[in-house]
Ligand binder design. Structure first.
Ligand code: ZN
Length: 337
């Protein structure tokens, strides 16, 4: 039997929630808001188990032994409703929205399960995946909550949610841990992730440890290393910008990850330019960078990040960004140092 634990940097948030619960002041709708990869989903799982546990222990943690915990562990608790966008078999990927049918189905099940007593937990993972009619349906449920029902709404973009929804929730703010905590946790999870790779993983993930770990495990980090050497080669006039662009491919998601990595790379140049730590492979680039030029490059990269969410051709977006990068390094007379 297992108890879902929280992550080391979440104890303060856990105390807030469990103290509120102990004082019977826990809101029926909680908004778990924060960037990707900081552990919102794991916290939601731990809290869901604790809320469904029939005899939670000290600090409000699930006991791992009772009927509720056994059913939770088996993934068959009748009062846990975990809503995610469904998998679209036709297109072989997850749909974008949590559908209105899913919400209607949830509404019916909530009414039925009221007969069994005990707490009920609904997790919207993520609530950002609700469309307008979904939000309206959810608002109705929140305004007249079925007894002992808790809604855990996971969101990466809380400011994009309807204000009417936000204002009815108690907000729990999730942030990346300190650099030290993130490194300690990553070392524990993945002892092989060290040195420059560890730095890069955290940089790429903007300090979010679970995202950094995923980048390492999915091979994205290795991929990132190849992209990086291409950028350096283009800047040193050793590789044609079009060849570097071609190597990225045409897949929109891949290109989107590539742009995010390029933005992080420019950020690294900026920090090095103003005297921050500098990776050895950057050579003399930062010292020869003019700030306005670098800022213009960043603007161009952010514009590419916007364009890739439209119907613009991914290949063209990559190509024009690489050509801009190449021109920029040409204008500075090469960056090979
Ligand atoms: Zn239990």
């Amino acid at each position: 039997m297992s108890v879902v634990g929280i992550l080391p940097w979440q104890s303060a948030l856990w105390s807030v929630v469990t103290e509120a619960r102990a004082n019977e002041k826990l809101a029926h709708a909680l908004l778990l808001a924060g960037p990707a990869g900081v552990g919102k989903r794991q916290f939601a799982r731990a809290l869901a188990q604790a809320l469904l546990c029939e005899s939670p222990g000290a600090r409000g943690t699930a006991c791992g032994q009772c009927r509720g915990c056994v059913q939770f562990d088996a993934g068959s608790h009748p009062n846990l409703f975990w809503l995610q966008p469904l998998y679209d078999e036709k297109n072989d990927k997850q749909k974008r929205d949590i559908s209105v049918e899913q919400l209607r189905d949830l509404g019916e099940k909530l009414v039925l399960s009221a007969h069994y007593g005990g707490s009920k937990v609904v997790v919207m993972d993520p609530v950002d995946a609700l469309n307008v009619s979904g939000v309206n349906a959810l608002l109705k449920t929140i305004e007249e909550p079925p007894p002992k029902t808790y809604m855990l709404l996971v969101s990466e973009r809380p400011m994009a949610l309807a204000a009417t929804l936000r204002s009815r929730c108690q907000r729990l703010r999730f942030a990346p841990p300190s650099d030290e905590q993130a490194r300690a946790w990553l070392r524990e999870q993945q002892p092989a992730l060290t040195g420059a790779n560890l730095d890069r993983a955290l940089d790429l993930a903007q300090g979010a440890p679970l995202r950094a770990l995923a980048a390492h495990q999915s091979g994205l980090l290795e991929q990132h290393g190849k992209w990086r050497s291409d950028w350096l080669d283009v800047a040193a006039q050793k590789r044609a910008p079009t060849a570097a662009a071609l190597a990225v491919g045409k897949d929109r998601e891949q290109v989107s990850a590539w742009i995010a990595a390029f933005i992080a790379f420019l950020g690294e140049l900026l920090r090095a330019r103003v005297g921050g730590p500098q990776a050895a492979d950057l050579g003399t680039i930062p010292s020869r960078v003019a700030m306005p030029g670098l800022q213009a490059m960043l603007d161009e990269a952010f514009e590419s990040a916007r364009r890739i969410t439209t119907s613009a051709s991914p290949q063209l977006v990559v190509e024009s960004l690489m050509i801009a990068w190449w021109r920029w390094s040409m204008a500075r007379g090469g960056a090979s140092g």
